[in-house]
Design a protein around this ligand. Structure first.
Ligand SMILES: [Zn+2]
Length: 225
């Protein structure tokens, strides 16, 4: 039996045994149903002054966040990262592409925020790279999944406050390729919290010769301002 046919049969049987369920509402037959996608709340970035101040703090030229990280989006990202449903990167990547079409950022390449090799081995994939693959297809901008490397494992950021995170992650990234990074880089992360990770990435890229570094994240917690 040809491999593709075997694969299709396996998928069909698995689909019958374990049908897709929407990460938001549980609807059978969809990973992330259109109605739940439509209910996602855009992250409020209308205040240009806030964006400029935050960008400067993070060593970025600009950044944008698609949605408030809550509810169905939290569920969908959990399915991707922890339940390892890689196909979830497709609807999420499509949402990122739609957001970027409305809020374009100039870029020569998309660089997913890298995982430490140990973490990558545990998970089997980098969720931001999967999102980036989909986004790159839509935007016709190349994805550059190597070059920027996480050289220090900073796994347990969750329990740290903003200052501690920044200290913990400083110098955790470096540019490891023989060629310099592209002039205009778009960093891609799944969830932006304090921004310490993006800042450390941006600093490593600039040190290696990147001229302009911007960032895109799928979600961020509701701003308390
Ligand atoms: Zn749903």
């Amino acid at each position: 039996m040809p491999n593709s046919l075997y694969q299709r049969l396996t998928d069909a049987i698995l689909g019958l045994l374990f049908p897709d369920r929407c990460a938001g509402c549980g609807l059978v037959g969809k990973l992330f149903c259109p109605s739940c996608q439509a209910k996602l709340k855009p992250y409020p970035l209308e205040k240009q002054s806030f964006r400029a101040k935050e960008s400067e703090k993070l060593s970025l030229d600009d950044f944008t966040v698609a949605f408030i990280f809550e509810g169905a989006l939290r569920g969908a990202l959990h399915q991707l990262k922890y339940n390892k449903i890689r196909r979830m990167a497709l609807p999420l990547g499509d949402l990122l592409a739609k957001h970027l079409a409305k809020h374009p950022l100039p870029a020569d390449a998309i660089l997913p925020v890298p995982l430490h090799p140990k973490r990558l081995k545990e998970r089997g994939f980098n969720q931001s790279a999967l999102l980036g693959e989909r986004l790159a297809l839509h935007r016709k901008v190349p994805l550059l999944p190597t070059g920027l490397e996480r050289t220090r494992d900073t796994a347990h950021q969750v329990s740290l406050n903003a200052q501690e995170r920044q200290a913990n992650i400083k110098d955790a990234f470096s540019w490891q390729a023989s060629k310099p990074p592209p002039a205009r880089v778009l960093l891609l992360d799944d969830v932006l919290t304090t921004g310490a990770t993006l800042q450390a990435c941006a600093q490593a890229l600039r040190a290696a010769g990147a001229q302009e570094v911007r960032a895109l994240a799928l979600g961020r917690s509701r701003p308390d301002r």
